[in-house]
Design a protein around this ligand. Sequence first.
Ligand code: NCD
Length: 303
Amino acid sequence: MRHLMSPLDFTTEELDRLFDLAGDIERNPGKYSHICQGKQLATCFYEPSTRTRLSFESAMLSLGGEVLGFSEASSSSASKGESVSDTIRIISCYADICAMRHPKEGAPMVAMQHSSIPVINAGDGGHQHPTQTLTDLLTIRSLKGRLNNFTIGLCGDLKFGRTVHSLINALIRYDNIKFIFISPEELRIPEYITEKLKELNIDYEEVISLDDVMPKLDLLYMTRVQRERFFNEEDYIRLKDFYILNKAKMAKAKDDMLVLHPLPRVNEISVEVDDDPRAVYFKQALYGKYVRMALIITLLELN
Ligand code: NCD
C-alpha cells in the first residue's frame, strides 16, 4: 500500500504518469465520474484550510466517491487527548483513504505507520505540503510544457513556508533549474536546504530585492508570511508587507513569466495583478483539484 508523505515518494516517471492522468481527467471528466463509487475519503484537518480540504472533497465527489471528516481539531477527539495513532486506527475502520493536515511536523507520518489505508500528508507544520507541490508541478507542466530549464524565484516567507520547502525538494530532480530565494533576512530559506543544494551543485542565489531579479525569472512563486508560525506578533507585523507584487514590478518581468501562489494571499500580491495573463494562481487552484483526483485514483489503485 502506498501513501504520500513527500513529493519524493513518487519517481519523476510516476509523476509524469500522474500528471498525464490529471490531464486526461481535465479533458474527459465524464470518464472518471464513477470510478470511486463506494469508496470514502476521510479528511482529517487539525489546522485551517480552504483549498486543500475542499479540493480533496471536491475531487472525491467528482470521482463518484463520498467524503467524511473533520475540519478542526476541536471538533475531533484530539480535544479529549486522543493520539494521532489511535485516531487513524479508527479512521481506517470507516474510510478507504485519508488526507491529514496537522500543525505538528511528522504527524501524518505517525498516522501512516498505524494505518491500514493510504494516508496523504495534506501539510504538516512548516515541513512539507506534497499535494500543493503536485499542484504546482502540474500547473507549470501544463502551462509551460516542461519541468526543466527554468529560473524560479521563490519570494516571501521561505523560513516557515512548507510549500516552498516541498517544491524545492521536488524541483531539484529536474535538469537546469536555477533558484533565486527572495526574502528578508529573518525569513531566509533554512540552511539544511541550501546545504543540500550546494551538495548537489545546484545553482541558487539569495537576495532581498524582488525588483532587481524580476527580469531574470521564468517563474515567480509568491508566498504569504506565515503568521501562525511566528513567536511574536511584532515580528509578523514588521515583516508582513515586506513584498507586494504590483503592476510596476510586473512590468519588469518577462512576457511569459508565470506568477504562482499556493494561496491564501494576504497582501503580497496586489489585486491589480489578478487580471495579468501571467498571474495563474487561481488556475493553479483548479489544477489542484485535478491532481488530487489523479492521486486518489492512483493510491486506491483504480487505474
Ligand atoms: C498553503 C499551506 O497551507 O501551507 N496553503 C495551501 O494549502 N494552499 C500556503 C499557506 O497557507 O500560506
